[in-house]
Design a binder for this molecule. Structure first.
Ligand code: HH2
Length: 269
């Protein structure tokens, strides 16, 4: 029987994230939120300083570091008990974050920055490679795929090979089909249903469905922060299909649901 997935708790240090923008842009509130998510059972924290939502404006390296480094420093002082991931597409931001104690890089562009793979190889960090089409500005312009799952698998395989060629340990790679990134609403459920196909690539699979718009489309819940129940449903189904990491805003609800699911699965084994 497969292990219970790791829960990655999201902390957005941004003014404009789609569901929690502006809530944790102050350093002490961000650190408080990190420690709260750890207390709720997060296995890893994902700190993001640039929104990836459709239409989000790009942020400079300096601005991303200005948002990120004080929080990493404060977490270091507090002795954060779980690994910290940095959600960035910029090698320079990743490098500085890794120097400040981060040990995962979550790259939604899957190594578009040519310096990202060597930076991660040198640090020996965990690397999340996510599929997306285009940039946040363009990604919802064309969401048609002739073979959605096949195309996402080929992309992730190619980017994993790129990482390995640059010296990243294959055992440090995690792949992610990119729920909501350049996908038609109804295709997001297909991505979650296809977790076993992505897992067959040989790397742990991360699913980030939390509070996303397709959950609003399926349930009629317009406010992103009210999509907790739908998000937990998505997380459980991803877990049942073998996802190894669940990236979520609502850690307490997800951990509670996973514990019950795990007990039932073990009881029936
Ligand atoms: N989704 C978001 C951001 N980063 N990283 C991975 N690996 N997978 C995802 O699905 C993913 C991600 C978007 O969610 P959020 O961070 O809440 O919003 P924003 O990008 O607006 O800050």
């Amino acid at each position: 029987m497969q292990a219970q997935p790791k829960v990655m708790g999201i902390v957005n240090l941004t003014p404009d994230s789609f569901s929690d923008g502006g809530r944790f842009s102050d350093v002490s509130r961000a650190v408080e939120r990190c420690l709260e998510l750890v207390a709720h059972g997060a296995d890893v924290l994902d700190l993001g300083a640039e929104s990836t939502r459709p239409g989000a404006a790009p942020v400079s390296i300096d601005e991303e570091l200005r948002r990120l480094l004080p929080v990493l420093r404060a977490l270091d002082v507090q002795g954060c008990p779980v690994p910290v991931s940095v959600d960035t597409t910029k090698a320079e931001v990743a490098r500085r974050a890794l120097d400040h104690g981060a040990s995962w890089v979550n790259d939604v562009s899957a190594l578009d920055d040519p310096d990202m793979a060597p930076t991660c190889a040198e640090a020996g960090c965990t690397v999340v490679l996510m599929h997306r089409r285009g940039s946040p500005v363009t990604m919802q312009a064309d969401t048609h795929y002739a073979d959605l799952i096949g195309e996402v698998c080929s992309f992730l395989k190619a980017r994993a090979e790129r990482a390995i060629q640059a010296g990243v340990d294959p055992g440090q790679l995690v792949v992610d089909p990119g729920v909501g990134f350049g996908k038609a609403s109804e295709d997001n459920a297909r991505l979650i249903a296809a977790v076993p196909r992505f897992a067959a690539l040989g790397y742990p699979v991360l699913i980030g469905a939390s509070r996303k718009r397709f959950i609003g489309d399926l349930t009629g819940v317009r406010a992103a922060d009210q999509r907790v129940f739908g998000s937990v449903g998505a997380a459980l189904e991803a877990a049942r299909r073998g996802a190894a990491v669940l990236r979520v805003h609502d850690v307490a609800a997800t951990v509670q649901a996973l514990r019950v699911q795990g007990a039932i699965l073990r009881a029936g084994a």
